[in-house]
Ligand binder design. Sequence first.
Ligand SMILES: Nc1ncnc2c1ncn2[C@@H]1O[C@H](COP(=O)(O)OP(=O)(O)OP(=O)(O)O)[C@@H](O)[C@H]1O
Length: 296
Amino acid sequence: MIEVESLRKTYGDFPAVVGSTFDVDRGEIFGIVGPNGAGKTTTLKMIAGLVDPSAGSATVAGFDASDPEMRRSLGFLPEESPLYEDMTARSYLDFFADLYDVPGGTATERIEGTLDRLELDHRDRRLGDVSKGMKRKVAIARSLVNDPDVLIYDEPASGLDPLTTNYVLEFVRELSDAGKTVLFSAHNLYHVESVCDRVAIMDRGEIVARGTVPEIREEYGTTEYRVFTSVPLPETDPAGDRHAVTVADMAAVDRVREAAAENGGEVVDIRTDEPSLEEIFLDLAADRADGPRGEQ
Ligand SMILES: Nc1ncnc2c1ncn2[C@@H]1O[C@H](COP(=O)(O)OP(=O)(O)OP(=O)(O)O)[C@@H](O)[C@H]1O
């Protein structure tokens, strides 16, 4: 549904995006994560046809990003979405439905349906007088007025309280359940880990890892094992009424098992300790800390 091939953007000599390649399947939720300045917004804007790439290509629903026809299939949520403060949620969304030539009856039904799903109260209050969370919900509703197949959301939950954040992430999941394709960016890795089918990690303009979270874990993370024994061993620490040690692989687990047996005890539990996306990201970023920003 989205195909991105060697996308690159340079501002003067500065490579903001170094050559992104990925695709997003129909109905999939794909997350781009990375720290401030990694190139997420620039990537999303190039795919949405809002920034011209310096090289490479992007297509959405089969249309090139530069093709105005593509806009019919796309709902874009910018990171900052200033709304017309004097309008109400309803009049604002009616206005955009009109811009997209959505017929009146369909527009009303669609807008009210979306506002119901987003549990948006105060639909007739001035947008200048509503909370930040409500404004974000209105901006999300705006991205849906043309009933697009593909949604590109830049930091949809940025700056929202935890409750509204959960709400927005749940809503993204609902959109995907309804068959929409969602590409979104975040710098909070937990948000991405909790809802995305696949993820690309960006750092300084480059995609440094890509795949499902388990795939990224397998390729870049190291799983550790927490082994609990019934008897104390030189390498264990007390853990409640048991003793525990963290080891790196199954061979080490077997050595703990043998040592426990030699001391008249046994291994009573083994838990795998998988790294979070955040830990993997921090390791990757540390490994690259001294590297250049792409092949400049
Ligand atoms: N119009 C521009 N002119 C010059 N440099 C730019 C322009 N737009 C972005 N950049 C630079 O390109 C880099 C990538 O910016 P981008 O906004 O894509 O990052 P980001 O990952 O979305 O960051 P954030 O999380 O802070 O929004 C940054 O160093 C930014 O300063």
